[in-house]
Design a protein around this ligand. Structure first.
Ligand code: FAD
Length: 456
């Protein structure tokens, strides 16, 4: 019997591990483990945790609809594996890889546990459009690409030549087995989380990512390049939360894109940024440790709360933070503007914003979120230069001239004219010009401190 553990692959089609299990022609036991660490700080009550639970709930429905069995457990994966192996004739474990520091540590432990129990342990790559090893081999490189544009050119050619279409064998072919009741008893889901799973099960039909994709490709893609930054309109795909939980595979997305009448080069570039960050997380040894590589001690956190509550007195920033807090969503351009404002104008270390987004974004992804925060705070590969500080007022005037986004999220300002609505309020917590000049000096110094902090 093969044990399959779901992670960021909350779907039932196009899964490399399912393809392998089909070939083995064996029974399989399918579990999804709610890991306490990933739901810590009551994350399950925030947009990011709720999005995850909603996808778990949909997955459960999908299994039931196809007449297959999925068992949801709560606990530490290695302890669960030991218990499962004690009561089921498992001889092999299959999972899809995850590359964050927590996931790598968890999987080392899981692999060691499997080997101690004399079980085989297989990891499949699934989350990237181009598998990292294949891509690097094909490029003949051992060093990572540090600049996006040359990376994109090679990545694009690799895809044209080597794209591996979605896997066609799936859950329908598998014989899933019932779990021993002793296991469900021992690793029972806490009541509050279980109630949420049940409550979130209702609207599952409304969030089919494939429909969202097809709809986007048919109606919005052709205008994407022109509309993507006009954040008062719905010009982007909104697929991120489905891609990050794995509810839709990036292979399926690309496959559909290539069948589409309009190829959408600009949209493909965004999918390339996704792979670019996922590669960095594996190739840049300090990707998850930049906060300790630089001396950030000159930065302060006293303005963080005003930023997080949308009370800075800069209308576009406050509107964006209100949208985030209320809905779990913020368009990409506003993520850049609010992140730069926090790290540069307000001089706050990026990790504060990163942690806040971790709870609030419904499409939160550890790697992509860190990539976005590193870029905005001029750290990491191909980041925004330290002297680039987006002015939120001019950004707002350029991308939403009539201020309709601000009017939606800050109705108290809706009576203002198209000119006045973008301007800082009398009680703004910071002077944009002065704070910009200060930020440039500060970040110049921070970037020259590389290594100093890590040696201390
Ligand atoms: P579309 O514009 O339709 O793009 C299609 C897909 O391409 C997206 O779903 C996403 O997978 C990928 N993509 C688009 N833009 C980017 C980008 N700049 N970097 C990497 N991949 C991209 N994205 C997340 O998925 N999770 C996060 O936690 C996250 N945090 C961010 C934090 C900051 C500070 C910044 C600046 C960006 C962050 N992003 C994050 C990237 C980007 O904002 C979102 O991927 C995008 O807004 C999702 O909207 P969409 O699905 O409509 O994208």
């Amino acid at each position: 019997m093969i044990l399959f553990i779901h992670r960021k692959d909350l779907r039932t089609d196009d899964l490399p591990a399912f393809d392998a299990i089909c070939s083995a022609q064996e029974n399989s036991l399918h579990v999804l483990i709610l890991e306490p660490f990933l739901l810590r700080n009551e994350r399950y009550l925030e947009h990011s945790g709720l999005n995850f639970l909603q996808h778990v709930s949909s997955l459960q429905q999908e299994y039931a609809y196809k007449g297959k069995l999925l068992h949801i457990l709560y606990g530490e994966p290695d302890a669960i594996l030991r218990s499962l192996a004690g009561v089921h004739p498992i001889h092999e474990v299959r999972v899809h890889a995850d590359y964050t520091p927590y996931a790598l540590k968890r999987d080392r432990l899981l692999r060691d546990t499997a080997h101690a129990l004399s079980l085989r342990f297989h990891t499949h790559h699934d989350s990237m459009l181009c598998d990292l090893e294949d891509f690097m081999d094909w490029c003949g490189r051992s060093e990572p690409f540090k600049v996006f544009t040359p990376f994109y050119r090679r990545w694009r050619s690799f895809l044209s030549e080597r794209f591996r279409p979605p896997y066609s064998r799936g859950l329908q072919e598998l014989q899933t087995v019932e779990i021993h009741p002793q296991i469900t008893d021992t690793f029972r889901i806490p009541g509050e989380i279980n109630r949420l799973l049940t409550a979130l099960a209702q609207p599952a039909q409304t969030m089919r990512p494939c429909h969202l994709l097809v709809d986007f490709l048919q109606t919005e893609l052709q205008h994407y390049a022109a509309h993507r930054d006009n954040y008062s309109q719905e010009g982007t795909s909104r697929l991120s939360r489905h891609l990050n939980t794995g509810a839709i595979s990036v292979r399926t997305v690309y496959n559909r894109l290539t069948e589409n009448e309009h190829l959408g080069e600009e949209w493909l570039r965004q999918l390339a940024w996704r792979d670019f960050y996922l590669y960095q997380a594996r190739l840049d040894p300090v990707f998850f440790n930049y906060e300790n590589m630089y001396d950030l001690s000159a930065l302060g956190t006293h303005n963080f709360e005003a930023w997080s509550l949308g009370k800075t007195g800069i209308p576009v920033i406050d509107a964006a933070m209100r949208q985030l807090n209320e809905t779990g969503w913020m368009p990409n351009r506003l993520r850049m503007i609010t992140a730069m404002f926090l790290t540069k104008n307000l001089g706050c270390p990026f990790i504060y914003g990163e942690r806040y987004f971790r709870l609030k974004l419904s499409d939160y992804d550890n790697t992509l979120n860190r990539g976005g925060w590193l870029w905005s705070s001029s750290l990491g590969y191909d980041a925004s230069p330290y002297f680039r500080v987006m002015n939120p007022v001019t950004q707002s005037q350029t991308h939403d001239p009539s201020g309709s986004y601000i009017r939606t999220w800050m109705p108290e300002l809706s009576e203002l004219s198209d000119q006045a609505i973008h301007l800082p309020r009398a009680d703004a917590i910071v002077d944009l010009k002065r704070s910009r000049a200060l930020a440039i000096e500060l970040y110049k110094e921070i970037l020259s401190s590389k290594g100093a902090a890590s040696q201390e």
